[in-house]
Design a protein around this ligand. Structure first.
Ligand SMILES: NC(=O)c1ccc[n+]([C@@H]2O[C@H](COP(=O)([O-])OP(=O)(O)OC[C@H]3O[C@@H](n4cnc5c(N)ncnc54)[C@H](OP(=O)(O)O)[C@@H]3O)[C@@H](O)[C@H]2O)c1
Length: 183
């Protein structure tokens, strides 16, 4: 079966390598995916690389659909992109897994008090109980009087944990106290 990797060529590279090692094939999409290497011939040979921006919604969905279905998807998509996310949900096999990495603000309420994107996605996936859905919410690390953002390895470790032992939501680092986030 095939693994889908979106936005996984940067901070999620170690998590991508972990997923590809356990997959027969993997499809990697990002703006510069054609140049992407996991640094290992045995892993790279499994990759289908597609240079495409998720800002270009319809073309991006077409490109993802070309290699569907997927038994595992790992995504880091910055915009809320709910249409794209819903399209991806429909390309995961029954019994498959979806791990979505989201920024710190993804669990804040919307301007008019509407549910957060993280909550809306959890609700949408609750309607697809045949998919194991898990989120990684990126937080920060408190250090002494200050704080720092997560390292790429810390972010990848959280994504790997969600691939191996999925929980509904894993906060990588902390989100509280919010006023102590790195400025
Ligand atoms: N705590 C937080 O909320 C939070 C949130 C975000 C980031 N951060 C920090 O910021 C650092 C870097 O963040 P980053 O977003 O630059 O992460 P990154 O994972 O290093 O890079 C972004 C990933 O998304 C892809 N991408 C970006 N725009 C895209 C588009 N329009 N279409 C398709 N793919 C796209 C990139 O590949 P291409 O360039 O090839 O498109 C790459 O794979 C992290 O180390 C993290 O600590 C913290």
């Amino acid at each position: 079966m095939t693994t889908l990797l979106i936005g996984a060529t940067g901070m999620l590279k170690t998590a991508a390598a972990h997923a590809v090692a356990r997959a027969k094939k993997a499809v990697v999409l990002s703006r510069h995916a054609k140049d992407f290497s996991l640094g290992s011939d045995t892993l790279d040979v499994k990759l289908t690389r597609i240079s495409q921006s998720y800002e270009n919604g319809a073309a991006f969905i077409d490109a993802v659909a070309r290699y569907a279905p997927y038994d595992l998807a790992l995504t880091w998509i910055r915009p809320q992109a709910e249409i794209l996310r819903a399209a991806i949900d429909g390309m995961i096999v029954p019994g498959g897994r979806l791990v979505e990495v989201m920024g710190s603000r993804s669990i804040l309420l919307g301007e008019n008090g509407e549910a957060s994107i993280a909550e809306r996605r959890a609700q949408a996936l609750a309607l697809q109980p045949d998919i194991t859905y898990s989120q990684v919410i990126l937080g920060f690390v408190l250090e002494g009087d200050g704080s720092r953002w997560l390292t790429h390895e810390e972010i990848s470790a959280a994504a790997i944990a969600q691939m191996e032992k999925p929980q509904a939501r894993l906060i990588a680092g902390v989100l509280e106290p919010w006023e102590r986030r790195p400025q």
